[in-house]
Design a protein around this ligand. Structure first.
Ligand SMILES: Nc1ncnc2c1ncn2[C@@H]1O[C@H](COP(=O)(O)OP(=O)(O)O)[C@@H](O)[C@H]1O
Ligand SMILES: [Mg+2]
Length: 198
């Protein structure tokens, strides 16, 4: 979990880690890969295959069904529509949204939309799941449900979940808390030693 006040650079750091933003200086090693040593195409492939995103405001495609929203990462990754849809239905089912697959995002509550966003982030089985303030638009109960889902993901082998937040209510879900201030990491508190995949 990455915590810090608004404007301290959390989203910027998350964007660098997830290869959406190139740093001007410094090194960023993600899952053993030095991002600066990769070509833009390699970074795009790495992002497509390895990273799942959960955004603060869900960022679902409006006017497109829940099912179609969740298939996007697989279709971008070159999978067939058949495979993408059966995988999307499975993950939506796991997240309790099976009966909403043909709904459009604006027909769902905030908590349901965030669960769709999580389904979309998980559908291609990414090793790294990055979440930018995933509970900030949610009430307490729904926020906890979302964090339980993310925590269960983090407990799977070969998975890392990074959650950026300034929501102190969800701190208990963290295994490691990184604190930031004014664009810098000021502390890193390990609850457990995490193994980096080679
Ligand atoms: N595209 C940008 N260009 C220049 N400065 C930016 C840009 N995006 C954010 N900033 C600035 O960088 C700092 C960190 O922003 P951000 O990473 O969004 O913080 P946080 O997510 O912790 O609220 C802020 O001062 C913000 O105004
Ligand atoms: Mg931010």
């Amino acid at each position: 979990m990455i915590m810090g006040p608004s404007g301290c650079g959390k989203t910027t750091l998350l964007s660098v880690i997830s290869t959406l933003l190139d740093p001007d200086s410094g090194t960023c090693v993600v899952l053993g890969r030095d991002l600066a040593r990769m070509t833009p195409l390699e970074r795009a492939r790495f992002r497509c295959a390895t990273v799942g995103f959960v955004f603060q405001r869900f960022n679902l495609l409006p006017g497109v069904s829940i099912l179609d929203n969740v298939t996007v990462p697989l279709l971008i990754g070159g999978h067939s529509r058949n495979h993408a849809e059966s995988r999307a239905v499975k993950i939506l089912d796991e997240l309790g949204l099976r009966d909403r697959t043909s709904a459009s995002p604006n027909e769902l509550s905030g908590g349901q939309q965030q669960r769709v966003a999580i389904a979309r982030a998980l559908v291609h089985n990414p090793k790294l799941i990055v979440c930018d303030e995933p509970t900030s638009a949610l009430d307490q109960t729904t926020g906890q449900m979302v964090m339980e889902t993310l925590h269960a993901q983090a407990r799977q082998t070969d998975r890392a979940v990074i959650v950026v937040t300034h929501d102190a209510r969800i701190m208990n879900y963290a295994d490691r808390i990184v604190r930031m201030e004014d664009g810098a990491i000021i502390s890193c508190n390990d609850a457990v030693e995490l193994e980096m995949p080679s």
